[in-house]
Each structure stands twice: as structure tokens, then as C-alpha cells.
Design a protein around this ligand. Sequence first.
Ligand code: NAP
Length: 209
Amino acid sequence: MSKTGIMGGTFDPIHYAHLLVAEECRRSLNIDRIVFIPTGTPPHKRDHAVSPAEDRYAMTLLATAGVAEFSVSRTEIDRRMPTHTIDTLREFLAEGIAPEDLYFITGLDAILAIETWVDYKQFPSLCTLVTATRPGYDLRGLEKLPREILQSLKVVEIPQVSISSTEIRERVRSGRGIRFLVPHLVETYIESSGLYREPGPDITGGAAV
Ligand code: NAP
């Protein structure tokens, strides 16, 4: 069975740093395929505005189109309820993927909050957790995580590209360009859909996004 990496995130919008993280994790861990899974209704962001799931899904499709090792799954979007990573992991395992061949890749600040996730203690028996270094994030925070999580966690160093979805939304809102921060097709989608033009509430959930 080939190794599968699940790339979980809100992807509001997806940008080049996400693609770089996916590719670097794929290479360094010899993962065969990366499945991008945009969150449906993020359980921890119910009180905050997040762009419609279909827009985030469409942009993720556009960003990964033509990359043979990358695909996009609607599984969390189609659940149409607050979704939890544990359910997604179980779905992949039910397809016959062995836990040692399953990787869950996400941002460092998401991993630092893992103790708030449903059934997080089961993660190490279901997959390998992977996170990537990023400018501005302090790896020392990881020391506070439970030992069983740390033992399952792989930290992949990626070239320091400081792009965040928050920055992109702010640039669009203030009329600054986003060329070369996101793939061209994603830039065009954002322009034609009018996403991020209006000032919105804090959609970060308070985290340093
Ligand atoms: P997010 O807002 O998408 O991202 C949190 C931080 O990590 C941001 O700085 C983000 O950067 C970065 N990031 C996101 N995805 C990344 C990736 N794949 N690789 C590298 N950096 C990434 O985080 P989130 O909404 O907390 O979701 C992250 C994942 O955790 C999702 O798959 C979500 O379903 C899961 N999660 C599960 C539970 C649960 O099961 N209860 C709870 C929370 C989160 P950008 O802003 O630039 O994207």
C-alpha cells in the first residue's frame, strides 16, 4: 500500500507555502500521494466567518491541478456538520490504508492546539503527525505536548517562505496585489468571485494565523 499524506487546513485561501509544505513533506517522508482536505465547518471556528466551503474547495482544486501526486477531497466539506480530524483518519483507514502508511500534515499552531481536538490521544495509533517549521513559530511550544503525541510527531523543515492566508486576505481587502503569493488560477478566482474584498470579523479564532 502506498503512503498517503492528508494535508488538512482551512485553506482560506490556499497559497504557495501550503503547496511547498506538501511537497517538502512528500519528498522527505517518501509519501506517494498528498490529499488536500479543506475543512468543512471548523469545530473550533463556529463563531467566526470562514469563506464558503465551496470557494475554498474550488481554490484548492485550482492550486493543485496538474500535480500528479496531489489531489483534493471533499470529505470534510460534504459532512456538512462540524468535522473532526479523527473521523477523517478513520475514513482513510477504512479504505485499507495501514496506520504506518498514513500521515496527517498541518500547521504548527494547529498542532500546538491538538489537546483541544476530539479523541486526540488516539491519533498516534492511527497515523503519523507531521508539521512544518515556519517563520515566527517557536518550536519550544511543542515541549508542552503529551509524550505520546511528541513521539508520533515529525517536524519537517521547509524553506522559510512567510506567506499566510491572513496576510493574503488583508492584502486583497486593502487593494494590494497577491500575484506570486498564490497560484495564478487562485488569484483569478479571488478577483472574479470578490472574495476577501469586504472587511470581515477576525476569522483566525485568535491564533497567530
Ligand atoms: P488553519 O487555520 O487552517 O491553520 C492553522 C495554522 O496552520 C495557520 O497558521 C495556517 O496557515 C497553518 N496551516 C494550515 N494548514 C497547514 C498545512 N497543511 N501545512 C502547513 N501549515 C498549515 O487551522 P485549523 O483550522 O486549525 O485546521 C488545521 C487542521 O487541523 C485541519 O485539518 C482541521 O480539520 C484540523 N483540526 C481538527 C480539529 C478537531 O478534530 N477537533 C480541531 C482543530 C483543527 P494559513 O493561515 O496560511 O493557512
